[in-house]
Design a protein around this ligand. Structure first.
Ligand code: SF4
Length: 258
């Protein structure tokens, strides 16, 4: 897919955050060519003016310089409005350079949808307190095309998680987005149980996903669309899934609803 890469320079790279489980975020990229149709960060496209979400990325080329020599106390999350291992990273190696220069005592949490993270295993191993998470869901085939058109398949993410865990890296599954009548908890558990040290869960952020996403559901998953439009049905669905999650024999770090 054709994408615009805009090279920029930032003044600061660690940003304070209210995201659960993190104190700072680091976004060496803004924008994401994985182009997930439910992505809550899509709103950024409106004020950047480069085009639709998924067609452009900004690369903060001085990010590696900005992390050099910095001691950050608190948890740093990479990344919140991009995927550090989206396709452009293969050539640009911006994430790799950031990891090279980042203080290895940093309490770092990386979340990705890409097995490209395996390339940096040598660096990941140098961090004293690191965890690598993969967004995992049960999408495949048509679901994947509709919701995550340019991301590596779930099976690749699970394989990468397995390899990292085997290499001694703490891993987690970020199970998201949980969409009524589409999400398959049993499949996710079966795929990840042996490879994830802990779990985060997130129900679909309907506000962030926006009207376009709701239209996708309406046209392709009418039952799901019916549930999300009815508050009582949606609450019931969410409560049932939560109780199923709590029955699972796993470590749960958090369950996010919006
Ligand atoms: S991988 Fe993450 S940041 Fe990128 S488009 Fe998908 S949800 Fe958004």
């Amino acid at each position: 897919m054709k994408q615009k890469i805009i090279k920029t320079k930032a003044k600061e790279i660690f940003t304070k955050t209210n995201l659960p489980g993190a104190d700072y975020v680091i976004n060496q990229y803004v924008g994401c060519s994985h182009g997930c149709t439910y992505c809550y960060a899509k709103f950024i496209s409106r004020w950047k003016g480069y085009g639709n979400w998924g067609t452009w990325i900004e690369a903060k080329i001085n990010a590696p310089d900005l992390v050099r020599g910095r001691k950050i106390s608190g948890k740093v999350f990479m990344s919140s409005v991009s995927d550090a291992y989206q396709p452009a990273e293969k050539e640009l190696k911006l994430t790799r350079k950031v990891l090279e220069n980042l203080d290895k005592n940093t309490d770092l949490s990386i979340l990705t949808k890409s097995d490209l993270v395996l390339r940096d295993l040598d660096l990941l191993k140098q961090f004293k307190n690191i965890e690598v998470g993969f967004t995992i869901n049960s999408f495949q085939g048509k679901d994947q095309q509709l919701f995550e058109p340019n991301s590596p398949e779930n099976i690749k993410r699970v394989e990468a998680m397995k390899k990292l865990k085997k290499s001694g890296i703490r891993t987690y599954a970020f199970v998201s987005p949980i969409i009524p009548d589409v999400f398959d908890l049993d499949k996710v558990m079966k795929d990840t149980k042996d490879h994830a040290d802990f779990y985060w869960f997130e129900f679909i952020n309907l506000k962030g996903a926006g009207e376009e996403f709701k239209e996708i559901l309406k046209s392709n998953y009418p039952e799901s669309s019916k549930i999300i439009q009815n508050k009582d049905m949606l609450n019931l669905y969410n409560e049932n899934i939560k109780s199923e999650i709590y029955k699972s024999d796993i470590k749960i770090r958090g369950i996010e609803t919006h």
